[in-house]
Design a protein around this ligand. Structure first.
Ligand code: SAM
Ligand code: SF4
Ligand code: SF4
Length: 367
């Protein structure tokens, strides 16, 4: 499709930093400077969480006085849905709700129902998923499914209660998360993906027990390399266990074969148990960066658009939403931001990388 460029005749009171220079209709085929399509949108619906995972929201920093976004600052469900619809017109086919803990956002089911009504450029439903720590899942799984959620990812970092409690730092028990995973399967939100962040010396002794537990179940366990997101987790390279090592440890006791990728841009490398016990995945964000295929945009709780998980600044879409911008103006702004995108932080990361002040936190922007 050819692009239609419409010059602006009238500039209303839009903030200069985000106002589009040219108006153009979305054609579903946006590409950035490295020819990467815009395909996924991750939406953070809250920056709050009931866990204090040591690698994400350490208690010393996320204490009682932490300045979370006030409610009025958050995008409303209507604002989120409007932005998501515009992203869909640009070719986004997959939405993931995240946070903070997305199930803490009041009436999140209502948002899911609104998002479920959006269609892709060729009329299909969007792939609609959510990532949660599982603490409220047992209670909410059925309502989430009824609202139109298709699948769910649950984070669980250990099978041993003492290790898990050391990681979540709020004394939350493994059994409660496992009940949430079961409830999600019963509600039809499966296959549930279970994400385990591996931090050396903290929970790496849980790699094999977790693999054994989820083998021969409908859940797909994925091991995530501990990343230097944000500036609060004190990340060091020697705290990362490379995916290769994770696979080696599991394959030593339960032989594995590599599987081909499902689609371009898939973040996990997939492996299958040789005895037919199902599959696992490894997400090697540190040792094998996947920036070349990265098609993800991220919308923060208060409406900033980030083009990389490691970005230090976002583009303020809320100012447009609340400044009477038309859909065409917002759409044109998004197009210009994506076209200018050149991010590839993980590829540029080196062994010398140390947490730098200024990068946004994972709990703020979502995983
Ligand atoms: N609270 C929800 C949860 O924990 O699933 C959703 C938000 S959380 C920020 C999304 C994912 O990011 C989780 O799977 C979490 O384990 C992961 N994560 C957080 N900090 C991380 C880090 N430093 N490195 C790798 N993964 C991280
Ligand atoms: Fe909360 Fe998820 Fe971060 Fe843990 S990883 S502190 S559950 S936002
Ligand atoms: Fe995408 Fe940025 Fe992660 Fe690279 S570092 S995969 S560009 S989010």
């Amino acid at each position: 499709m050819t692009e239609k460029i419409i010059p602006i005749f009238e500039r209303r009171a839009l903030p200069a930093s985000t106002a589009p220079l040219l108006l153009e209709q979305a054609n579903g085929e946006l590409q950035d400077t490295r020819a990467r399509r815009l395909h996924d949108l991750r939406i953070s619906v809250t920056d709050r969480c009931n866990f204090r995972c040591v690698y994400c929201m350490p208690k010393e920093i996320f204490g009682k006085d932490y300045p979370y976004q006030p409610h009025a600052a958050l995008l409303s469900f209507e604002e989120i849905t409007r932005v998501a619809r515009i992203f869909a017109a640009h070719g986004v086919e997959k939405l993931r709700l995240t946070g903070g803990e997305p199930l803490l956002r009041k009436n999140v089911e209502r948002l899911i129902a609104q998002l479920a009504a959006i269609r892709t450029t060729d009329g299909r439903t969007l792939d609609l998923t959510l990532t949660t720590n599982g603490s409220l899942l047992e209670k909410k799984a059925r309502a989430l499914k009824a609202a139109g959620l298709q699948r769910i990812t649950v984070s669980l970092d250990a099978l041993d209660d003492a290790v898990f409690k050391r990681m979540n730092d709020v004394d939350f028990a493994v059994a409660d998360v496992l009940r949430g995973i079961d409830a999600a399967h019963r509600a039809g939100l499966g296959p549930v993906k279970v994400n385990m962040v591996v931090k050396a010396g903290m929970n790496d002794d849980q790699i094999v027990p977790m693999a054994r537990h989820f083998k021969n179940t409908p859940s797909i366990l994925r091991f995530i390399e501990y990343m230097d997101v944000g500036a609060s987790n004190g990340w060091k390279m020697d705290q990362v266990i490379a995916s290769q090592e994770v696979i080696r440890r599991i394959a030593d006791v339960m032989p594995l074969d590599a599987l081909p990728a499902n689609y371009v841009g898939e973040t996990a490398n997939r492996w299958r148990y040789r005895d037919g016990g199902g599959e696992i995945g490894v997400i090697s964000s540190v040792t094998q960066a996947f920036c070349d295929d990265c098609s993800r945009a991220r919308l923060s709780t208060e409406g900033k658009l980030f083009t990389c998980l490691f970005a230090s600044h976002g583009h303020d879409l809320r100012a447009l939403l609340r400044g009477n911008a038309s859909d065409l103006e917002i759409s044109s702004t998004i197009a210009q931001i994506w076209r200018a995108r050149g991010d590839r932080y993980s590829q540029l990361r080196t062994e010398q990388t140390r947490p730098a002040a200024g990068k946004v936190e994972m709990s703020y922007i979502g995983g």
